[in-house]
Design a protein around this ligand. Structure first.
Ligand code: TEU
Ligand code: CA
Length: 551
């Protein structure tokens, strides 16, 4: 297996709107990020993945881009960006940009031209179709954010495709001019010195020519991993990526381990790694919405399969949460005050000891929790707003049934401001934040945690440092133990004559455990509670995690 810097790196995802506000308008910005770089340096991360900072009307918080080569006014200017890049590089931190090129904003100049007439030079930059008749879209596909995936446009009497909101029209990647424009834009950013791209829904860029109705309106078979996706990624690799020492990660929802070997194979010349969702999906009761945890056995089966089937062949990302997911500790751990810290550390251990490149979503290193929503008016996210309307207002479910589900999984959970300290608005802004601060900032905040060596923050710092000292964490071969346990996640990593034993308890009570003979008396690399590991028989504390190292 090739050794590369991006396999050894730890990535930190910044959602700029909620990270740090420097000018009091309540919206995080680039100068705010610059002011917190020393915090990230202290944590020890190697790479920042910056969620979109480009010009955008913010229908989907920057994932609807109206100009790829300018910075969103609310976030600052291109000078601020250049300053951020230089300041990060000075600290040895790389910056990976979010590349959102499955779609643009409907306010992008290409789309504004495209919709003008059927003859417009930009018409074929997007996907236009005639409706079945004046009132009926071309097919039954539903958009990811609810409603039809087709929007009727009066000027030319045709429909355009939008797999996300109607303000996010899909680009037509079959048009060579579109590919050329995108590749030129990417080259422009690479020449500026950025260190890579996280590619938004990159698995959806190629659609089938025929667009039949989908089962229950599902566009998946026609738009996800479509006919030319690998061809286009290889072309992108040849024309752009291969010319720079950058890292690329493809958001590829719905990818299988077999397909991942093509997207992110050691020698397939597409992307460096996939970012796949199988371990955080499939739990929905109503669409994606649920108030239940994924059973540990299911979670382990999924994660183990990805570990085993990619070993030596392809590379994966490791994450519990991001800006589209609820907070890790609330979803996979236990956010009740007495268990929050210990379970957050357990989850961190479990993830960082797996094979793949770990991602920390901003605030996860503090053990930030889901938000206590009081009413649907608290939502800002287009997905939550539309979903509440679709499921409740339109009468499919009662509020009482749906409310616990939408609040458990709303993307807004991850989007509340970073809790920097215990001053008003958690030190995020001196103004009024665009989205409310979680009231638990008085106890959960970066100032308190950086000052306390036993905090979740310091635990993450230690895990990151251990990764630098122990290549086995990156390259060791994975093996699952105790696969039938519904309470413990236990596995080993092996490389040369070294071996790690990773033991994580996912339950809120004590459990008995037998340390395998070969690890009795070996050294403890890290643990989240005080315990003895010198005898085989032992009792694990609630949410205990430890790693033994045999050399
Ligand atoms: O998300 C793509 C994606 O797979 C989402 O539909 C995801 O399933 C959903 O957010 C979960 O509820 C990317 C971005 O990460 C997301 O923020 C954007 O809204 C979306 O693409 C459109 O650009
Ligand atoms: Ca601001």
């Amino acid at each position: 297996m090739n050794r590369t810097w991006w396999k050894e790196a730890v990535i930190y995802q910044i959602y700029p709107r909620s990270f740090m506000d420097s000018n009091g308008d309540g919206i995080g910005d680039l100068q705010g990020i610059i002011s917190r770089l020393d915090y990230l340096k202290y944590l020890g991360i190697d790479v920042i993945w910056l969620s979109p900072v480009y010009q955008s009307p913010n229908d989907d918080n920057g994932y609807d881009i109206s100009d790829y080569q300018n910075i969103m006014d609310e976030f600052g200017t291109m000078e601020d960006f250049d300053e951020l890049l230089a300041a990060a590089h000075e600290r040895g931190i790389k910056i990976v940009m979010d590349l959102v090129v499955n779609h643009t904003s409907d306010e992008h100049k290409w789309f504004m031209e495209s919709r003008k007439s059927k003859e417009n030079a930009y018409r074929d930059y997007y996907i236009w179709r005639e409706g079945k008749d004046a009132q009926t879209p071309p097919n039954n596909w539903g958009s990811c954010f609810g409603g039809s995936a087709w929007q009727y446009d009066e000027t030319t009497g045709m429909y355009y495709l939008h797999l996300f909101s109607k303000k996010q029209p899909d680009l037509n990647w079959d048009n060579p001019k579109v590919r050329e424009e995108v590749f030129d834009m990417m080259t422009w950013w690479c020449d500026k010195g950025i260190d890579g791209f996280r590619m938004d829904v990159i698995s959806m860029i190629s659609k089938t020519k025929e667009m039949p109705d989908g089962k229950n309106g599902d566009f998946g078979p026609y738009c996800v991993h479509g006919p030319n996706v690998h061809k286009y990624l290889q072309e992108m690799n040849e024309k752009v990526l291969s010319k720079y020492d950058i890292m690329t990660v493809g958001e590829t929802s719905g990818v299988t381990t077999a397909l991942a070997q093509q997207y992110a194979g050691e020698d397939t010349h597409e992307l460096n790694m996939v970012f796949q969702f199988e371990h955080v999906e499939g739990d929905g009761k109503y669409g994606k919405w649920t108030d239940e945890k994924i059973p540990l056995i299911t979670l382990k089966e999924t994660l183990s399969r990805w570990q085993t089937e990619l070993y030596g062949k392809a590379w994966n990302s490791l994450f519990w949460d991001n800006h589209d997911q609820p907070r890790a500790v609330s979803r996979f751990g236990d956010d009740r005050p007495m268990y929050r810290e210990v379970s957050a550390k357990m989850l961190a251990t479990c993830l960082h000891m797996l094979q793949g490149t770990p991602y920390i979503y901003q605030g996860e290193e503090l053990g930030m929790t889901n938000y206590p929503f009081q009413s649907p008016d608290d939502f800002h996210d287009i997905e939550s707003i539309n979903a509440y309307k679709e499921w409740c207002t339109e009468g499919k479910l009662s509020h009482a049934v749906f409310w616990p589900c939408i609040t458990f999984k709303s993307r807004d959970n991850a989007r509340t401001p970073i809790q920097w300290d215990n001053s008003p608005q958690a030190g995020f802004t001196v103004g009024t934040p665009w989205i409310a601060v979680n009231p638990n900032y008085t106890t959960i905040n970066a100032k308190a945690e950086t000052a306390d060596v036993n905090s979740v923050f310091h635990y993450y710092k230690k895990l990151i440092a251990l990764r630098k000292e122990n290549p086995i964490m990156v390259y060791g071969k994975y093996e699952a133990l105790m696969e039938d346990s519904a309470e413990l996640f236990v596995y080993t990593r092996a490389m040369d004559n070294e071996k790690l034993l990773v033991v994580c308890s996912f339950c809120d009570h004590e459990t008995n455990f037998m340390i395998p003979a070969e690890f009795v008396g070996t050294s403890c690399l890290i643990s989240n509670v005080e315990n003895q590991y010198d005898k085989s028989e032992m009792t694990l504390k609630p949410y205990e995690a430890f790693v033994l190292h045999r050399k």
